[in-house]
Write a new protein. Structure first.
Length: 181
């Protein structure tokens, strides 16, 4: 791993830590609000597993990048930086669009309308997709092709499975509300 890669990954790490602290703060504030309006926590093991993978896969990729004798060229580094940056901005716009309804735990709020602005106009799960793009970018910057080939399909599978399970649980929670109308 060369000094450019180390510098870029170090900057990503600092930015990631700052954003995680802000995300935790917002989660705490929004959880109080969601609890006050009766938001039901949707328990999804796949959701937790997918989030763990969002943290584990980049770490494995960085370790692989450290022991990998090959170096990235500047174009590949630029593609990785572009992926991380675009994934980050997609996540930030998803948080903004959800406002006080965003939290780190999936919650169902009866009577709340589905968000259809910001990135939600085009995507059903922009926050998850943004994280996936960030992970891919980190693996590109770290030059971790084995991690990319082995763990990215697993991460994509978790992502898709989480979406399906989440939707089925939300549909199940929505049924009593439809029956009362």
């Amino acid at each position: 791993m060369n000094t450019i890669q180390i510098t870029i990954l170090g900057l990503f790490l600092v930015g990631f830590l700052i954003f995680e602290i802000a995300e935790l703060r917002r989660h705490r504030m929004n959880t109080l609000y969601l609890d006050s309006i009766g938001g039901d926590v949707v328990l999804c093991q796949d959701f937790r597993s997918m989030y763990r993978m969002f943290y584990i896969v980049p770490l494995i990729g960085v370790v692989e990048g450290c022991i990998n004798p090959f170096q990235n060229n500047r174009l590949i580094l630029a593609i990785g930086v572009l992926c991380v940056t675009s994934g980050f901005f997609l996540r930030v716009s998803a948080f903004s669009a959800l406002g006080e309804y965003w939290s780190r735990s999936l919650r169902f709020v009866r009577g709340a309308s589905t968000v259809r602005h910001g990135p939600y106009r085009f995507l059903g799960h922009p926050e998850y997709l943004g994280r996936m793009i960030e992970v891919l970018g980190i693996l590109i910057v770290a030059y971790a092709p084995l991690t990319m080939l082995i763990l990215t399909p697993t991460l994509i599978f978790r992502y898709l499975r989480t979406i399906v399970v989440e939707q089925s649980q939300i549909d199940a929670l929505s049924e009593p509300a439809r029956g009362q109308s």
